[in-house]
Design a protein around this ligand. Structure first.
Ligand SMILES: N[C@@H](CCC(=O)N[C@@H](CS)C(=O)NCC(=O)O)C(=O)O
Length: 325
């Protein structure tokens, strides 16, 4: 685990010393947008038009943020238009690597050994963390974006004119509601599990866990009365929550000590989780082997032995019982 400083790799764990033991996630650095015609998006510069075959996603199958982008690539039928490169599940002293492993692809595009070499190809003087997902432009040889929340918006809309599957997961009419849901879910659930797991003081840990379970209780009440988070239609808000909850009982409950309750203890959340998991093509994007080995094996400050637990026995293929409008 480490980061790049002026284009040079340094092996360092997160610094929580200056923040009272709290883990604070840094903002992503590459913030350009693919748009239908290459005009500039909400941030960054223009020049990234939607073109089949031009862009590739660097992902880890373990990572919930990268998982969002794999799901949107599948939902929008972009498999033939956007390539995928999968890193090895272990994140060690050199960060993410392209070492061979079942389910990893290696760097078929550039033949690099480490993901940080992709970042320095994009920007030789890059300073910052080397994270997945990273959306690569093979034409301009740069990273378009390494911010998952923005990559899924691009995949949702930018390729519609060049043959993407129909479907809008961020429809105009529901945007205020989706934004409201995302805001709380990001802070207390998606990032909340990391704030709990990477906390280095009791106080910081407890604060994160209390907020996390208050949010899960709130989400349970929403999903007990309606099928999806924003109502009758599935939206981006559901998929963003899905990638955290599908990992919850397998890793966050044990490894990150988020153990007041399991998702299996929440009837509505569990049914909703199963329903999303059982949607066409989604189970193929979930790799529990990479997920468990990555978390338990890579975070040596939390789990020094690197032992990966055998359980739990998850049953995501059981009937979900949510066939109502
Ligand atoms: N805000 C980013 C976060 C991405 C992120 O933190 N990915 C993790 C893997 S789950 C990573 O690559 N971490 C490496 C590091 O922090 O050095 C996004 O949503 O795309």
């Amino acid at each position: 685990m480490g980061l790049l400083v002026d284009g040079r790799w340094q092996d360092r764990w997160y610094d929580t010393g200056s923040t009272g033991g709290r883990f604070e996630r840094k903002a992503s650095s590459f913030r350009n947008w693919i748009t239908p015609d290459g005009s500039a998006g909400p941030s960054g510069e223009g020049g990234f038009p939607a073109e089949p075959g031009r862009y590739h996603l660097y992902v880890s199958l373990a990572c919930p943020w990268a998982h969002r982008t794999l799901i949107f690539r599948r939902l929008k039928g972009l498999e033939a238009m956007i390539g995928v490169l999968v890193v090895h599940w272990h994140m060690g002293g050199q960060g993410w690597t392209f070492e061979e492993a079942p389910g990893a692809t290696g760097d078929r595009l550039h033949g690099k050994r480490f993901l940080h070499e992709i970042y320095t190809t994009a920007d030789p003087a890059y300073t910052g963390r080397v994270t997945v997902p990273a959306l690569w432009d093979e034409k301009r040889k740069t990273i378009v974006s390494n911010e998952s929340s923005e990559i899924i918006r691009m995949l949702n809309g930018a390729f519609d004119g060049v043959g993407a599957t129909e479907g809008d997961y961020y429809p105009e009419a529901l945007r205020p509601e989706i934004d409201r849901l995302n805001e709380r879910i990001y802070a207390t659930v998606n990032n909340g599990v990391y704030r709990a797991g990477f906390a280095t003081t009791q106080e910081a840990y407890e604060e994160a866990v209390r907020e996390l379970f208050a949010s899960l209780d709130w989400l349970e009440t929403i999903l007990a009365r309606q099928r999806y988070l924003a109502g009758r239609t599935i939206t981006e808000a559901d998929w963003r929550l899905f990638t955290t909850l599908v990992r919850f009982d397998a890793v966050y409950h044990g490894h990150f000590k988020c153990n007041l309750r399991r998702i299996a203890d929440y009837p509505a959340l569990q049914g909703w989780l199963r329903e999303l998991y059982q949607r066409p093509g989604i189970a193929d994007t979930v790799d529990f082997d990479h997920i468990k080995r990555h978390y338990y094996g890579s975070h040596t400050t939390i789990n020094p032995t690197g032992i990966v637990p055998l359980g739990p026995d998850l049953d995501l293929t059981a009937p979900h019982g949510r066939d109502r409008p």
